[in-house]
Design a binder for this molecule. Sequence first.
Ligand code: TYM
Length: 334
Amino acid sequence: MDNVKKTVFSGVQPTGKITLGNYLGAIRNWTPLQDEYNCLYCVVDLHSLTVAQVPAELRKNTMDLVALYIACGIDPNKSTLFIQSHVHQHAELAWILDTVAYIGELNRMTQFKDKSRKHADNINMGLMNYPVLMASDILLYQTELVPIGKDQTQHLELARDLAERFNGRYSDTFAVPEALTYKSGSSIKSLQDTSVKMSKSDPNENAVVSLMDDKDAIARKFKRAVTDCDTAVRFAEDKAAISNLLTIYSLCSGESIEKAEFRFAGKGYGEFKQAVADAVIAVVEPIQAEQKRLAADKAYLEGVLKQGAEQAGRLARRTLDKVYRKVGLVGRFR
Ligand code: TYM
């Protein structure tokens, strides 16, 4: 690891299907950072346990997501790619951070409130602690930049608060991280209801495009996507549905929003929606083929993950040792 380069950390939960929102708002932005920064990209399996999981499915989803990261362009020789539970320091630092986090601030997290509403029969402590574990992921590596979608910025704010509070109480220990969100794509909306984000857990299949959907499903979902009441293909605040589709089109085709507006001027929504679907299919098809090839190569993935856990573990140990010392724990005798 290069000590002069800044450190980048990010992760995705291996729950359900990875969406076009996860890709456009996060994963896609990770690859260009690999040359300039020390990047750590993590499959955050411990976070997934905050909602009920089928163990065999969680294991499969975790390995599938590792293959997907690589298929999306994460190069294990440039970045540290690993599974969160393989580095035990994540859970240990979370405990220490719990002792500086306040119940009041965790109670105010919008995601906690949302998820408590959605899973009223399972409001477990992990759900409340979720952002503390996320802060631990980030602070463990002295991370400076965290590329995420907009829905995670409140959690990032908490990570900053905890870092500053700990540093204030015990002297400088953690780098204070900053969110890296992009102007376009940081909040891709549901295709059925533009007041909510496109989300893995949406029960309405038509609302969500999965990165692993086949081309017929993608075309069908865009065809059924809600639109606005007029017929203009224009990006505007009062045209949330078409603006969302234009954003997706622009990010997938590489064409600017202005050029796209010009291209589809006077054309109907039908033609435009088909073009959005085609642009998405052109992006996801090669990713899907590569993901399937890699997912079948268990030996390769295991090698990547072994190396990733070793690299991450070395860095994590350094920070956790420092933290234990600062808070007054007696170091282990060897
Ligand atoms: P998760 O798994 O919900 O989502 C992964 C990433 O995808 C982004 N994202 C979106 N971006 C744009 N539009 C959308 N509709 C959309 N939906 C999701 C999320 O903002 C996120 O960047 N708590 C995190 C996982 C995590 C993490 C971390 C992230 C755990 N530890 C440390 C960064 C650093 C989460 O639930 O992501």
